[in-house]
Design a protein around this ligand. Structure first.
Ligand SMILES: C[S@@+](CC[C@H](N)C(=O)[O-])C[C@H]1O[C@@H](n2cnc3c(N)ncnc32)[C@H](O)[C@@H]1O
Length: 273
């Protein structure tokens, strides 16, 4: 994947694809992604090793499964957008209801390299997959509409592994713009980083490696409900790993109580407009 070799935040797509490949290799895998290893390549696998931290592989597996289940829970939403799709292979690996259109937004160069690799691998989408090259900190709505997205129909938005790579202002603006763009009945599902993850002694080395590689985590919040409701999302259901619906037998620790200081935590969420 040329684009991931270029470094920066696009390269993190190789990291998370390698994490899905590692999960797929387990006998008790929470999901199967048979394209992940080839999409991640050696560069992605190297990053997976480099960023290994206690809880990281567990969290990435739980996050993927949580969002797979969020997708499965909304089969009536025939318009799905992967906001920062990276090397996600859900188009090929999920059993989509007939008529589903799946839009994948990410950097144009990453999507071009991904499309080329998918063609080499003979991968076949099981839905109408449409790649949309756009800057999520800029105008993504016009390219999405040009690809056929219908603003009048409800959308399932999946924001996985993105928000903490954007400056906080841009991330909050994106969340608000997604809410504004959403027809009634739309759903948002994704993940957020806690502020504790940014300041914990347990993430200091990992954060340093991400900074060195030009893809630093930029922000987190200990008030995920506030982030979502301020952006216009209603009724956020927020879970931490280990809680019911966010464990799947993979998370080996009890969930951290809200307000715990000094320990990193991630949030998985689903919300509506
Ligand atoms: C950690 S990866 C996550 C990819 C995928 N959702 C997953 O979970 O494997 C972060 C992705 O965000 C994309 N990204 C970051 N900033 C972006 C921006 N401003 N516009 C478009 N894509 C962006 C990167 O190219 C990368 O693919």
């Amino acid at each position: 994947m040329t684009d991931t070799r270029a470094g920066g935040v696009a390269a993190t797509a190789g990291w998370t694809a390698a994490a899905r490949a590692a999960e797929t290799a387990r006998p008790d895998a929470l999901f199967r992604d048979d394209l992940a290893a080839a999409l991640a390549g050696p560069e992605g696998a190297a990053r997976y090793e480099r960023y290994a931290n206690p809880g990281t592989s567990e969290f990435l597996a739980v996050r993927t499964r949580y969002l797979d289940e969020a997708i499965a829970a909304h089969p009536h939403l025939a318009q799905v957008v992967l906001v920062a799709a990276g090397l996600d292979a859900r188009a090929a690996r999920l059993d989509w209801p007939a008529g589903t259109v799946l839009y994948e937004i990410d950097r144009p160069a990453l999507l071009a390299a991904k499309d080329a690799r998918l063609a080499e691998l003979g991968a076949r989408p099981r839905c109408d997959r449409r790649a949309v090259g756009a800057d999520l900190a800029g105008d993504w709505r016009a390219p999405l509409a040009a690809a056929g997205w219908d603003a009048a129909a409800p959308t399932l938005w999946i924001v996985e592994g993105l928000l903490f790579y954007l400056p906080e202002d841009a991330a909050r603006t994106l969340l608000a713009d997604l809410a504004t763009a959403s027809a009634p009945g739309s759903v948002l599902a994704g993940d957020l980083l806690s502020h504790q993850s940014m300041v914990s002694e347990f993430t200091r080395d990992g954060l340093g490696r991400l900074r060195e590689d030009g893809c630093p985590w930029l922000w987190g919040s200990d008030e995920p409900e506030e982030v979502l409701t301020t952006a216009g999302w209603r009724g956020p259901d927020v879970r931490t790993p280990g809680e019911e619906g966010a464990s799947f037998g993979r998370w080996p620790w009890p969930p951290l109580p809200r307000g715990t200081l000094g320990l990193p935590v991630n949030y998985l969420f689903t919300a509506t407009v």
